[in-house]
Design a protein around this ligand. Structure first.
Ligand code: AMP
Length: 217
Protein backbone atom coordinates (compact mmCIF):
# COMPACT_ATOMS: atom_id res chain seq x y z
CA UNK A 1 0.00 0.00 0.00
CA UNK A 2 1.25 3.48 -0.91
CA UNK A 3 -0.25 6.49 0.82
CA UNK A 4 0.34 10.22 1.00
CA UNK A 5 -0.12 12.18 4.22
CA UNK A 6 -1.02 15.70 3.23
CA UNK A 7 -1.54 18.76 5.41
CA UNK A 8 0.09 22.03 6.43
CA UNK A 9 3.17 22.13 8.65
CA UNK A 10 2.29 20.94 12.15
CA UNK A 11 -0.75 18.94 11.03
CA UNK A 12 0.74 15.77 12.54
CA UNK A 13 1.99 14.04 9.38
CA UNK A 14 5.28 12.97 10.95
CA UNK A 15 3.63 11.78 14.15
CA UNK A 16 1.10 9.67 12.27
CA UNK A 17 3.73 8.34 9.86
CA UNK A 18 5.86 7.18 12.79
CA UNK A 19 2.84 5.41 14.23
CA UNK A 20 2.15 3.63 10.93
CA UNK A 21 5.78 2.55 10.70
CA UNK A 22 5.58 1.03 14.18
CA UNK A 23 2.15 -0.57 13.76
CA UNK A 24 2.24 -1.74 10.18
CA UNK A 25 5.88 -2.02 9.18
CA UNK A 26 5.41 0.56 6.46
CA UNK A 27 8.31 2.81 5.46
CA UNK A 28 8.11 6.58 5.96
CA UNK A 29 9.61 8.68 3.19
CA UNK A 30 9.82 12.20 4.59
CA UNK A 31 11.49 14.65 2.22
CA UNK A 32 11.88 17.07 5.15
CA UNK A 33 13.84 14.45 7.15
CA UNK A 34 15.93 13.55 4.10
CA UNK A 35 16.74 17.18 3.39
CA UNK A 36 17.65 17.84 7.04
CA UNK A 37 20.00 14.84 6.92
CA UNK A 38 21.53 16.23 3.71
CA UNK A 39 22.04 19.65 5.35
CA UNK A 40 23.61 17.97 8.38
CA UNK A 41 26.03 15.97 6.27
CA UNK A 42 26.98 18.97 4.12
CA UNK A 43 26.24 17.06 0.88
CA UNK A 44 25.73 19.00 -2.39
CA UNK A 45 21.93 18.64 -2.00
CA UNK A 46 22.19 19.87 1.58
CA UNK A 47 24.25 22.90 0.57
CA UNK A 48 21.60 23.88 -1.98
CA UNK A 49 18.68 23.25 0.37
CA UNK A 50 19.88 24.85 3.61
CA UNK A 51 19.01 28.53 3.01
CA UNK A 52 15.75 27.68 1.24
CA UNK A 53 14.60 25.57 4.18
CA UNK A 54 15.62 28.18 6.73
CA UNK A 55 13.49 30.71 4.83
CA UNK A 56 10.52 28.32 4.90
CA UNK A 57 10.37 28.14 1.11
CA UNK A 58 10.23 25.04 -1.08
CA UNK A 59 13.31 23.21 -2.32
CA UNK A 60 13.29 22.54 -6.08
CA UNK A 61 11.00 19.86 -7.50
CA UNK A 62 13.98 18.15 -9.22
CA UNK A 63 15.88 17.74 -5.96
CA UNK A 64 13.01 16.30 -3.93
CA UNK A 65 11.68 14.01 -6.67
CA UNK A 66 15.25 12.82 -7.25
CA UNK A 67 15.74 11.81 -3.63
CA UNK A 68 12.32 10.13 -3.48
CA UNK A 69 13.21 8.07 -6.57
CA UNK A 70 16.50 6.98 -4.99
CA UNK A 71 14.76 5.92 -1.78
CA UNK A 72 12.06 3.98 -3.64
CA UNK A 73 14.77 2.04 -5.44
CA UNK A 74 16.12 0.85 -2.09
CA UNK A 75 12.79 -0.75 -1.11
CA UNK A 76 11.44 -4.15 -2.00
CA UNK A 77 8.30 -4.06 -4.14
CA UNK A 78 6.00 -5.26 -1.36
CA UNK A 79 7.01 -2.62 1.20
CA UNK A 80 4.21 -0.15 1.93
CA UNK A 81 5.24 3.48 1.70
CA UNK A 82 4.00 6.59 3.50
CA UNK A 83 4.87 9.78 1.66
CA UNK A 84 5.22 12.47 4.33
CA UNK A 85 5.67 16.03 3.07
CA UNK A 86 5.85 14.93 -0.55
CA UNK A 87 4.42 15.82 -3.04
CA UNK A 88 4.12 19.53 -2.28
CA UNK A 89 3.53 20.92 -5.79
CA UNK A 90 1.61 19.86 -8.90
CA UNK A 91 4.92 19.06 -10.63
CA UNK A 92 5.91 16.78 -7.75
CA UNK A 93 2.50 15.07 -7.90
CA UNK A 94 3.15 14.37 -11.60
CA UNK A 95 6.63 13.06 -10.87
CA UNK A 96 5.30 10.81 -8.14
CA UNK A 97 2.84 9.21 -10.57
CA UNK A 98 5.73 8.38 -12.88
CA UNK A 99 8.06 7.25 -10.09
CA UNK A 100 5.37 4.87 -8.81
CA UNK A 101 4.22 3.47 -12.15
CA UNK A 102 7.84 2.92 -13.27
CA UNK A 103 8.21 0.68 -10.23
CA UNK A 104 4.89 -1.14 -10.59
CA UNK A 105 3.36 0.75 -7.68
CA UNK A 106 0.21 2.80 -7.44
CA UNK A 107 -1.29 5.25 -5.01
CA UNK A 108 -3.95 3.89 -2.66
CA UNK A 109 -4.90 6.89 -0.50
CA UNK A 110 -4.22 10.55 0.00
CA UNK A 111 -5.01 11.32 3.62
CA UNK A 112 -5.58 15.00 4.25
CA UNK A 113 -5.13 16.11 7.85
CA UNK A 114 -7.34 19.16 8.27
CA UNK A 115 -6.25 21.68 10.90
CA UNK A 116 -7.07 25.02 12.40
CA UNK A 117 -4.25 27.26 11.19
CA UNK A 118 -4.33 29.50 14.27
CA UNK A 119 -3.49 26.51 16.47
CA UNK A 120 -0.66 25.36 14.24
CA UNK A 121 1.75 28.09 15.18
CA UNK A 122 1.51 27.11 18.87
CA UNK A 123 1.92 23.44 17.94
CA UNK A 124 5.00 24.10 15.84
CA UNK A 125 6.95 26.67 17.85
CA UNK A 126 6.69 24.51 20.99
CA UNK A 127 7.95 21.27 19.49
CA UNK A 128 11.37 19.69 19.96
CA UNK A 129 12.97 16.27 19.75
CA UNK A 130 15.50 14.17 21.61
CA UNK A 131 18.84 14.74 19.88
CA UNK A 132 19.79 11.11 20.53
CA UNK A 133 16.72 9.00 19.61
CA UNK A 134 14.45 11.49 17.84
CA UNK A 135 11.48 11.10 20.23
CA UNK A 136 9.14 14.08 19.87
CA UNK A 137 8.12 16.47 22.67
CA UNK A 138 6.26 19.75 23.11
CA UNK A 139 6.66 22.61 25.61
CA UNK A 140 2.94 22.54 26.44
CA UNK A 141 1.36 19.36 25.08
CA UNK A 142 3.97 16.66 25.68
CA UNK A 143 6.68 17.29 28.25
CA UNK A 144 9.10 14.53 29.26
CA UNK A 145 8.04 12.74 32.46
CA UNK A 146 11.22 13.95 34.17
CA UNK A 147 12.07 17.49 33.11
CA UNK A 148 15.02 17.58 30.74
CA UNK A 149 15.32 13.78 30.38
CA UNK A 150 14.09 11.83 27.35
CA UNK A 151 11.39 9.29 28.31
CA UNK A 152 12.60 6.85 25.68
CA UNK A 153 16.40 6.80 25.92
CA UNK A 154 17.32 8.92 28.97
CA UNK A 155 19.33 11.43 26.97
CA UNK A 156 19.43 15.02 28.28
CA UNK A 157 20.22 16.47 24.87
CA UNK A 158 17.31 17.97 22.91
CA UNK A 159 17.04 19.97 19.70
CA UNK A 160 14.65 22.26 17.85
CA UNK A 161 14.33 22.73 14.10
CA UNK A 162 15.70 26.09 12.96
CA UNK A 163 12.60 26.60 10.78
CA UNK A 164 10.15 26.07 13.68
CA UNK A 165 9.91 29.77 14.54
CA UNK A 166 6.78 31.91 14.10
CA UNK A 167 8.08 33.94 11.11
CA UNK A 168 9.26 30.94 9.11
CA UNK A 169 6.12 29.01 9.97
CA UNK A 170 4.02 31.78 8.39
CA UNK A 171 6.03 31.46 5.16
CA UNK A 172 5.70 27.66 5.26
CA UNK A 173 1.94 27.97 5.61
CA UNK A 174 1.78 30.44 2.77
CA UNK A 175 3.74 27.99 0.60
CA UNK A 176 1.29 25.27 1.59
CA UNK A 177 -1.73 27.39 0.66
CA UNK A 178 -0.27 28.55 -2.66
CA UNK A 179 1.52 25.45 -3.94
CA UNK A 180 0.43 22.35 -2.03
CA UNK A 181 -3.30 22.77 -1.35
CA UNK A 182 -3.98 23.06 -5.13
CA UNK A 183 -2.86 19.46 -5.66
CA UNK A 184 -5.78 18.14 -3.59
CA UNK A 185 -8.36 18.56 -6.39
CA UNK A 186 -6.11 16.46 -8.67
CA UNK A 187 -6.31 13.55 -6.24
CA UNK A 188 -9.94 14.27 -5.41
CA UNK A 189 -10.84 13.82 -9.07
CA UNK A 190 -9.25 10.36 -8.84
CA UNK A 191 -11.31 9.51 -5.75
CA UNK A 192 -8.22 9.10 -3.58
CA UNK A 193 -8.70 11.74 -0.87
CA UNK A 194 -9.82 10.92 2.68
CA UNK A 195 -10.25 13.92 4.99
CA UNK A 196 -9.47 13.48 8.66
CA UNK A 197 -9.65 16.04 11.48
CA UNK A 198 -5.99 16.57 12.41
CA UNK A 199 -6.96 18.66 15.47
CA UNK A 200 -8.30 15.57 17.26
CA UNK A 201 -6.25 13.59 19.76
CA UNK A 202 -3.22 11.76 18.25
CA UNK A 203 -4.81 8.36 18.98
CA UNK A 204 -8.16 9.38 17.51
CA UNK A 205 -6.47 10.60 14.31
CA UNK A 206 -4.48 7.34 14.23
CA UNK A 207 -7.64 5.24 14.61
CA UNK A 208 -9.29 7.09 11.74
CA UNK A 209 -6.29 6.51 9.52
CA UNK A 210 -6.34 2.83 10.49
CA UNK A 211 -10.01 2.64 9.52
CA UNK A 212 -9.22 4.03 6.06
CA UNK A 213 -6.33 1.62 5.53
CA UNK A 214 -8.18 -1.40 6.93
CA UNK A 215 -11.13 -0.79 4.65
CA UNK A 216 -8.89 -1.48 1.67
CA UNK A 217 -6.32 -4.00 2.92
P1 AMP B 1 8.96 19.36 6.60
O1 AMP B 1 9.85 18.63 7.52
O2 AMP B 1 8.12 18.47 5.75
O3 AMP B 1 8.15 20.45 7.29
O4 AMP B 1 9.93 20.13 5.56
C1 AMP B 1 10.85 21.10 6.02
C2 AMP B 1 11.32 21.94 4.84
O5 AMP B 1 11.98 21.11 3.88
C3 AMP B 1 10.21 22.64 4.05
O6 AMP B 1 9.81 23.88 4.63
C4 AMP B 1 10.90 22.82 2.70
O7 AMP B 1 11.85 23.87 2.74
C5 AMP B 1 11.68 21.52 2.55
N1 AMP B 1 10.87 20.46 1.92
C6 AMP B 1 10.46 19.28 2.49
N2 AMP B 1 9.75 18.54 1.62
C7 AMP B 1 9.71 19.26 0.46
C8 AMP B 1 9.10 19.04 -0.80
N3 AMP B 1 8.38 17.94 -1.06
N4 AMP B 1 9.26 20.01 -1.76
C9 AMP B 1 9.97 21.12 -1.52
N5 AMP B 1 10.55 21.41 -0.35
C10 AMP B 1 10.43 20.48 0.65
Amino acid sequence: MNIILLGPPGAGKGTQATRLVEKRGMVQLSTGDMLRAAVQSGSPVGLKAKAVMEAGELVSDEIVSGIIGEKLDELSADTGVIFDGYPRTAAQADSLDTLLSDRGRSLDHVIELGVDEAALIERIVGRYTCANCGAGYHDVFKRPKVAGVCDVCGSTDFKRRPDDNADTVRTRMEEYRKKTAPILPIYDARGLVERIDGMADIDVVGAEIDAVLDATS
